[in-house]
Each structure stands twice: as structure tokens, then as C-alpha cells.
Design a protein around this ligand. Structure first.
Ligand code: BMA
Length: 341
């Protein structure tokens, strides 16, 4: 029998029913840092249960700042800053919560605040922090602005429950601010975009990426991970998909690209997931089988992504990737029609 010889430019066969032969996903797009996990409860200057799901930003002085979700021993979460010159080790951690829930003035935070995403907004010369506020009505999206991660201007709830996984785009689109978020609606758990003239009043809501159905890795529930990355080819978004199994959910990461001036228009969506729980610190922890980035920084080469992710709701870990390689991968592995499955 003749051996099956793949075409020269592909090493493997993939999904013949989709027409042209496509290479299998390159799961090596993301490389774990050998020092993982970077931060866990042992590193904390005060007693906590766990630290995970951190927003990230590169400060003007070159430091990497992580705004970590910290779960204390009451079970509720607050946010705490860790700074490092190289973004890898020698973290300087605030000696007490940096941004704690304030349920007296913000009752939507009665069960804590979680999962911050940080966007630097040049027009405001401030960082916008979108985070989950958790109360009896469920999780909602709250917003705060800060210049220094010491004092914060709170805007309160900007998207009512049930909603989470939100991040602001760094600039206005046709004069309006744009927020990516993930409301739970009768339609399902899909990614939406909403617009605002002032960061307080939001409208023009639209679904931009749907959870797929059936056996897909991102069936039924998806959400934005770290904030969208502006590239020459479009807004690159890393999103999570949750596969429900008999033993619980598996949180994995996928890629999608959106039009620069029409961020509601999906240009490409990867067929397969590109990063999922494999190591012991991702497969085991308070919630097993979870990788959950909330932030990234870009290296001085303008190409290397440093993606900070929560591992198993127990620690903060780092994976690096090349933006150029991700965009090349999307060219070879996406099907625009998939955005509306
Ligand atoms: C999601 C969020 C994350 C969490 C993940 C896995 O719904 O609540 O904060 O990391 O579940 O538990």
C-alpha cells in the first residue's frame, strides 16, 4: 500500500470535510516559562488562600505590574499589585490589598471583586481596570480608572449581572469607547461589544463571537481573556472556551481577529484551541483544568507576548508567544464562517 504523503507545506492531515487540507494546530504557539508558576500563596506577604487571574501592564519605568486576583481565607476576592523589573521574578507585592471590595458604597461588591483586565488609555493618560463585581444578583462588570495603582476612580457597575470577562479597547472607535464583555443571555454565553460616549452610559450592544455548539472545544461558553491587542491586521483577541465534561469544565484558549475600525466584525477565528491545561499546576488546584489569562505585556521587540494566566484558580503562570506567529497561524487555521456557528 502506498504511504499517505502530506503536501510539502503541511506535516499532518486535518478535517478533510472542510475542503482543503489544513495543518493541525501548532500547539507550540505558546511556551510556558520554566519558572512557572510565578506567584502562588506562599509568596504573599499576608495570609491568603490563592492568587490567580492577574491583569498585566508594562509601566513607563519598565516594570511589569500585575493586578492579581487574590482569594482570602473568607473565600472572597480582592485585587493586589505585584511589581517586577523583568516580569518573571523578584516580585514586590503590596503589603495589603491594593483594591478591596467596598460594599458600603458599592453593594454590587458584597462578595468581592475578581478577574481584572487593564487597558492603558492614552487619551485619558490613565489605566482602565474592568473587573468582575460579585453580589447576590450574580457577577457584573465594574470599571475604575487609575494613574498609579494606588488611588482609583470607581465608576461602579457598567454592565449589570450576569456579565463578566470585560476589557476596554484603548482608543475610541468612531468617537465612542468600546467594551468587550460576556453577558449571559437567553442566547447563551457569547462575546459582545458595547459602546459609550463617556464610559458610563453604554449601548449599541452586539454579539461579536458566539460560543460554538456540540462537541467543539469552545462549545456553549466563551469569554475574552486578556485585553485585545492592536495589530496591523486587526484586533487580536485571546479568548477562553469551556468544554463541559463528565468531570467538570476544561478551560482552554483560542484566537480570533477583528477588524480594526469595526471591532464587531470577526475576520478570522481559529478552529482549534492553542493552549490548554497540561502541567500539574494547571491540571490540579482549587479548580482543576483551568488556564485563564487576564493580562499580557508586549516585549521590546514589539512581537513577544508575555501572557499571564491563572492556573487552576491557584497560581499565576506565564507563557510567551510571537504575535507574528499567531497571525500566521490564524491565516492557516481559521475559517471566518466559524464566527457565526
Ligand atoms: C470563570 C471565572 C474565573 C475562574 C474560572 C474557573 O467563570 O470565574 O474567575 O478562573 O471560572 O473557575
Amino acid at each position: 500500500m502506498n504511504p499517505i504523503i502530506p503536501p510539502a507545506n503541511t506535516s499532518k492531515w486535518f478535517a478533510p470535510e472542510q475542503g482543503a487540507l489544513k495543518p493541525l494546530a501548532d500547539t507550540q504557539l505558546f511556551t510556558r516559562h520554566p519558572g512557572n508558576p510565578l506567584l502562588s500563596r506562599e509568596n504573599w506577604p499576608y495570609p491568603i488562600n490563592s492568587v490567580f487571574n492577574a491583569g498585566a501592564v508594562k509601566l513607563a519605568d519598565g516594570d511589569t505590574l500585575l493586578l492579581c486576583r487574590v482569594e482570602d481565607r473568607s473565600g472572597l476576592s480582592h485585587l493586589c499589585v505585584a511589581r517586577s523589573a523583568n516580569g518573571i521574578d523578584d516580585w514586590r507585592i503590596d503589603s495589603q490589598p491594593t483594591l478591596a471590595a467596598n460594599p458600603r458604597d458599592y453593594p454590587e461588591e458584597i462578595w468581592g471583586i475578581e478577574d481584572p483586565r487593564i487597558t492603558y488609555v492614552p487619551e485619558l493618560e490613565q489605566y482602565a481596570v474592568a473587573y468582575t463585581s460579585f453580589a447576590r444578583g450574580g457577577p457584573g462588570v465594574s470599571l475604575a480608572l487609575t494613574k498609579d495603582f494606588r488611588s482609583f476612580e470607581r465608576f461602579g457597575v457598567i454592565m449589570p449581572p450576569e456579565d463578566k470577562d470585560a476589557a476596554l479597547l484603548p482608543r475610541r472607535i468612531e468617537g465612542r469607547w468600546a467594551l468587550i464583555h460576556r453577558p449571559m443571555t437567553a442566547l447563551g454565553a457569547h462575546m459582545w461589544i458595547s459602546y459609550s460616549p463617556d464610559l458610563r452610559h453604554w449601548g449599541s450592544h452586539k454579539v461579536i463571537l458566539e460560543a460554538r455548539r456540540g462537541g467543539w472545544w469552545d462549545a456553549n461558553k466563551i469569554g475574552l481573556c486578556s485585553p485585545a491587542i492592536e495589530t496591523a491586521k486587526g484586533w487580536l483577541m485571546i479568548y477562553h472556551g469551556v468544554r463541559q465534561t463528565a468531570s467538570g469544565g476544561i478551560y482552554r484558549l483560542g484566537l480570533a481577529l477583528f477588524d480594526l475600525e469595526r471591532p464587531d466584525v470577526c475576520l478570522q477565528r481559529g478552529d482549534s484551541w492553542v493552549f490548554g491545561p497540561e502541567t500539574s499546576y494547571e491540571r490540579g488546584g482549587d479548580v482543576k483544568d483551568v488556564v485563564f489569562p487576564c493580562g499580557q505585556t508586549v516585549g521590546t521587540d514589539g512581537d513577544t507576548l508575555y501572557v499571564y494566566y491563572g492556573a487552576a484558580d491557584s497560581s499565576v503562570a506565564l507563557a510567551t508567544a510571537s504575535i507574528r506567529s499567531i497571525l500566521t497561524w490564524l491565516d492557516a487555521n481559521s475559517n471566518p464562517a466559524d464566527s457565526a456557528l
